[in-house]
Write a protein that binds this ligand. Structure first.
Ligand code: G3H
Length: 496
């Protein structure tokens, strides 16, 4: 159960504490923020409503702790990360239970998220030891006009304080995908969890606490975006922001100072299906890609662009699989569970009604109970419908029938987003040519889009983000190059 056993000290009464200076604390604001369970639509948990004063304090201590941490040997940093990973995995059950209650993630997927996060932390430790243990050595005489009188030594040094802001859909995993690289690289870390998912994040942070990280190195502040959101992202003590979420990230990018940014802001991932595709494979991937976690993934398949000649057969195959999806509470491990909030459900419904009014073919009847929306495939979607362009973040999937590959590529590239896309064909040459033409950070051939495995590069173009993620890229992004140049006297010793 949340807040029990080893997690007892993170709760006071019915309000979870925030983490600062290596301690669990109550905010002097005396205020709290309620977390609504998407399934019951009733308050489930409460977290501290931290104020700007608490933010100032964590920034101050993060700065001091980082200086010492940067001097801690790399192998020791790695050792602590491995310890945190093991503790996190050991306590996967209560953390997964928080995910079920806060974000209505199906029970098994919630456990998978925690285990994947432990693996990610361990991989960061191993990768960090490898890539941060190496530097470069350059000599001057490769550049015109220079003699061999300068030797340049470069290494990677930390940026300072990293601010991590994960989204509701992977509050634990997308938090550790920022925390792991930041810490192994010698940075300190301030975490601002999403409201839905905050309690799971606090439990995860406690695993780092139990592992014995130095005081002040990791902090976690909860509260209202209106009170501490801009204050955090514009704070002069922040040296790097790693954010995953919606278009709030665009506003953050405009306001943040001259610091490195890593932004992942959603997608409208297209699935292009050619005539020669294995349609059974496509149908399974559309189900997995479009409907897992009820479509609430930035990498979900969000529009199917299928050649007219195979569209009917494909739609029938997908319809048959949609009929088998189980719909209900996350505790029962249903495939389709309530979407995260009522406002999200209302937004999805708006897209469905717009498509209905403009003549899309409904392959199932539209059904909604509270935040629970039944899976819906919309065929014959036209470009004037909102669902053709907007991301529903729900179990609604549009199908657009195309008559040429060019039409599919054109639709994909006309999107404001450019996260991932996928192509289904047996012709690898065509797949490569289409991949080259698609303006997305990643193209999957014969599989649905996905971020993982977590060491693969992960990046979006256009409104989908800035910078590249994945473990190696994140470690590199959270460091800067430091050079030391040795200038030799001339003339040098003669050889031989
Ligand atoms: O929602 C955004 C996530 O980065 C997607 O991750 O592909 O593992 O579901 P995923």
């Amino acid at each position: 159960m949340a807040g029990s056993g080893v997690f007892e000290e993170i709760i006071d009464g019915d309000v979870f504490k925030y983490y600062s200076e290596g301690e669990w604390k109550k905010s002097p604001s005396g205020k709290s923020v309620s977390i609504i369970n998407p399934t019951t639509r009733k308050p489930q948990f409460k977290v501290q409503a931290c104020t700007q004063q608490e933010v100032n304090k964590v920034m101050e201590t993060a700065k001091i702790a980082q200086k010492q941490w940067a001097k801690t040997p790399l192998w020791k940093r790695a050792e602590l990360l491995h310890k945190a990973a093991a503790i996190l995995k050991e306590h996967k059950a209560p953390i997964a239970d928080c995910l079920v209650k806060e974000i209505a993630k199906p029970a098994k997927d919630s456990v998978t998220e925690v285990v994947r996060s432990g693996d990610l932390i361990s991989y960061c430790a191993e990768e960090g030891v490898r890539i941060l243990g190496e530097g470069k050595f350059l000599v001057s005489d490769s550049f015109p006009g220079n003699e061999r009188t300068k030797y340049c030594l470069t290494s990677k040094v930390p940026l300072g304080v990293v601010l991590a802001i994960p989204p509701f859909n992977y509050p634990v995993n997308l938090a550790v995908s920022k925390i792991g690289p930041a810490l192994i690289a010698g940075n300190s870390l301030v975490l601002k969890p999403p409201t839905q998912g905050a309690v799971a994040c606090l439990h995860m942070v406690h695993c780092f606490h139990l592992a014995g990280f130095p005081k002040g190195l990791i902090s976690c502040v909860t509260g209202k975006g209106s009170e501490i959101g801009d204050f955090l992202t514009m704070h002069p003590g922040v040296n790097c922001i790693s954010f995953t979420g919606g278009d709030t990230g665009i506003a953050i990018s405009k306001k943040a100072g001259m610091i490195p940014l890593q932004m992942e802001l959603g997608g409208k991932d297209a699935c292009i299906v050619l005539e020669d595709a294995d349609l059974d494979l496509v149908a399974s991937n559309i189900i997995k890609g479009g409907f897992s976690y009820s479509g609430q993934r930035c990498t979900a398949v969000k529009v199917v662009l299928v050649m007219e000649s195979v569209a009917y057969t494909l739609v029938e195959k997908v319809k048959a699989k949609v009929a088998k999806l189980t719909v209900g509470p996350p505790e029962d491990d249903c495939d389709i569970t309530p979407v995260v909030s009522e406002s999200s459900a209302n937004f999805i419904e708006g897209l469905v009604m717009d498509a209905k009014q403009k003549g899309a073919t409904f392959c199932q009847s539209y059904k909604r109970e509270g935040n629970l929306i039944w899976p819906l495939l919309l065929d014959n979607v036209q470009p004037d419908m909102r669902i053709a362009w907007e991301e529903p973040f729900g179990p609604i999937l549009p199908v657009i029938r195309i008559t040429s590959v060019e039409e599919g590529i054109h639709h994909c590239n006309a999107s404001n987003f450019g996260l991932q896309g996928c192509i289904f064909t047996r012709d690898i040459n065509k797949a490569m040519l289409i991949s080259d033409a698609m303006e997305t950070g990643t193209v999957q051939i014969n599989s649905a889009p996905a971020r993982g495995p977590d060491h693969f590069p992960f990046q979006g173009l256009k409104d989908s983000g800035i910078g590249s993620q994945g473990i190696t890229n994140s470690i590199n992004m959270m460091t800067k190059i430091k050079s030391t140049v040795i200038n030799l006297p001339t003339p040098s010793y003669t050889m031989g």
